[in-house]
Design a protein around this ligand. Structure first.
Ligand code: SF4
Length: 365
């Protein structure tokens, strides 16, 4: 069985104003205890000969840890699982938290893909978001990562930001492409409850965001980056293998505070609080077998985020029934409206409707 492994690092140097992820500011001793608990959790995992083909360090900011600590965690994964020779091993990275030596150490310890949180090429926008790096630092980080031997590199961008204009967004896209990453993720800003932006009553101009999304799709396509999922664009062959596992509901195991797992239709998640996690107070807090309907619904919801949609034969093979047996009316309604099509035996949401796919998919949950 092939498996993805996710490692959660719940620490950041500072909290961005829009972020509701499970992360906080920490000191060295907390991080040290966390790394030790994390390695224990990985090494104690009962592994029935699972073959790991993707590993992803996310957060938080994984690179807030010492590179040697990241290597220590990766070694625990190597010691516990059979890791494919061609395994995609990614770490997310904040440009202000790592230097060239650190990147070299990561590369030599087995990391082969890096995902850099660039977000914007405009320093005023970065500052307003609460990011701790400048665009110049991001450019340097990309250069250092290349020199350290990372051939597979992704950058994250954000649109729909307060104070962002079409012109500054175009500049961000142009400067991102000039860095020549293999992969670009573009996320529209969402205002999440409990964040500083929520308290500041920041409004999002939905129409402007939509225009920015369309500009991004067109510009990236012209520059050799194909959209393969609502928010993700890649040069051919450089799609994120790990994230595709999530969208295809393939098996993955998450380690660390608040990490989610899904293995053979059983979902479970770790306790979210870092102290509780370190102290082992009921590590696994939620574990349930998904109903058949939940599995199908999730498979459709996530699969239709991808540009090439769902393979109908694969669906039948997986669930021993045709998709029409479950959602005939909903599919017919959407095909009639033009918001879904069947092409090459695949069910697809046409690209022009992907941006509003959540609204389309409410019928399927
Ligand atoms: S660096 Fe990422 S995880 Fe950390 S606060 Fe900012 S957005 Fe959130």
């Amino acid at each position: 069985m092939s498996l993805g492994v996710y490692i959660h690092i719940p620490f950041c140097a500072a909290k961005c104003r829009y972020c509701d992820f499970n992360s906080h500011i920490s000191d060295y001793s907390e991080r040290k205890l966390y790394v030790s608990a994390l390695c224990d959790e990985i090494r104690n995992f009962k592994n029935d000969d699972m073959q790991v083909d993707t590993i992803y360090f996310g957060g938080g900011t994984p690179t807030i840890l010492e590179p040697s600590q990241l290597a220590q965690i990766l070694n625990a994964v190597y010691d516990t699982f059979n890791v494919d020779k061609t395994c995609e091993i990614t770490t997310e990275c904040n440009p202000a938290t790592i230097d060239k030596n650190g990147l070299e150490l990561l590369r030599s310890s087995g990391f082969n893909r890096i995902s850099i949180g660039m977000q914007s090429a405009n320093d005023d926008e970065l500052k307003f978001l609460g990011r701790i790096h400048s665009f110049a630092e991001c450019e340097k980080c990309v250069r250092d990562a290349r020199e350290a031997g990372f051939e597979n590199l992704s950058v994250d961008l954000m649109f729909g930001l307060p104070r962002q204009t079409i012109e500054t967004w175009k500049t961000t896209l142009r400067k991102a492409v000039a860095l020549s990453p293999n992969h670009i993720s573009c996320y529209g800003l969402k205002i999440e409850e409990g964040t500083p932006f929520y308290s500041m009553n920041i409004d999002i101009d939905e129409e402007l965001s939509r225009d920015m999304y369309d500009i991004c799709d067109e510009f990236l396509y012209k520059n050799g980056y194909g959209m393969y999922e609502i928010s993700n664009f890649a040069k051919s062959g450089c799609e994120s293998r790990h994230n595709i596992k999530y969208w295809k509901c393939d098996d993955y195991i998450g380690f660390g505070a608040g990490a989610y797992s899904c293995v053979n239709g059983v979902r479970f998640s770790n306790v979210r609080d870092t102290n509780d996690y370190i102290n082992r107070e009921g590590k696994v807090i939620d574990k349930y077998e998904q109903s058949e309907f939940d599995k199908i619904s999730e498979y459709i919801f996530l699969g239709l985020r991808m540009v090439d949609g769902i393979d109908l034969a694969e669906f039948k093979n997986r669930f021993s029934k045709s998709i029409y047996e479950v959602f005939e009316k909903q599919i017919e309604k959407n095909i009639h409206r033009g918001t879904m099509i069947i092409k090459n035996d695949r069910l697809i949401i046409p690209k022009k409707y992907l941006y509003v796919s959540n609204a389309i998919l409410v019928d399927f949950v």
